[in-house]
Design a protein around this ligand. Sequence first.
Ligand SMILES: [Zn+2]
Length: 387
Amino acid sequence: MPDQFRLNWPVDNHTVNQYFGENPDFYAPFGLPGHEGLDLFAPANANVYAAADGQVYEADHPDNHPYGLQVRLMHTVGNQVYRTVYAHLAQVFVQPGQNVKAGDRIGLADSTGNAFGSHLHLTLKLDGAQTPGYPAGVIDPWPYFQTANPSNALIVYTTEPLNLRSGPATSAQVLTILARETALTVLDNVDTARSKIGQANQWLQVKTADNQAGYVAAQYVHLTGQAAPPTTLVVYAADVLNVRAQPSTNANILTMTTSGEALTVLGDIDNGRARIGQQGQWLNVKTSAGFSGYVAAWLVSTTQPSPTTPAQTLTVYATDILNLRAQSTTNAPVLASITAGQALTVIENDLAAARAKIGQQGQWLYVQTSDGQRGWVAAWYLSENPV
Ligand SMILES: [Zn+2]
């Protein structure tokens, strides 16, 4: 764990291209176990700032030096001496002996020396320290960034189990899977990061409580963490669905949903969530009308279907006073009384089959009234034409 010494971002863009110790194969020919610093994204001529208060002890381009044009700062903290090295610069604005403050502009980024493209390479040294295999004093700068400006730290929380990735893309390697409501410290500029929260196609660079750094999709984090996890899970019917008395296709149909209807999952949410979309699994749900029963889990999703093509509807009219019943039988409880001429919307998957039942003795149709009540009506008291 780092002591009091902290590093501020030495460039405006807070994107790490290469961490300390990465790419051992590439660095083996140079006698290094891996990358000996931190590569930060920096276009040519991007400003480079002092990462901490200190004094310049070198600002030049030694012949054939792999770091090219560089600035070296010394930072004395108590009885410890840290050194930061800013490599591959285009220009420097400081000279040896000069004192600088954290955030002072000291140069411009480029790719001088041994660099494939413009970026800022930052090396951190601590006099007397030794990281196995690396030159004397060289240490990993990254932990010193983590808690820089703790008062400004932005903490976000995952809204669902989320992948922590090695880069800002869904193609990047998954480093770990974060549990729901995991607290993450944002490493990007706080204001920029704040504007990304909840947004699709945006990424946040974060670190976990145990200092694992990576990227998460900004869409799935929020600011209010530690709150009670969601107590309700809502799913949407992918089609007109049967709501059954038991989790079986043989069980009685209690009611039907409309396509896209929101259903509240009953019972354990995590258990319910795990079943969504799974063939052969059932979900215990409550409909908007208050019916509780079971729907096929493979026919629901967590995303509300967009109303692209309006669903085809079939409207029928009562030819007489008739009963709206709980089941498709004259013995079933009466839910409501339908007046002659009242319009009813048929809720059935197969509207052609439903249409064929209209006016037929012994046939029943599942309908919804204009005030949202649903039930079964005798098809022989229905007409497709307004009465
Ligand atoms: Zn580098």
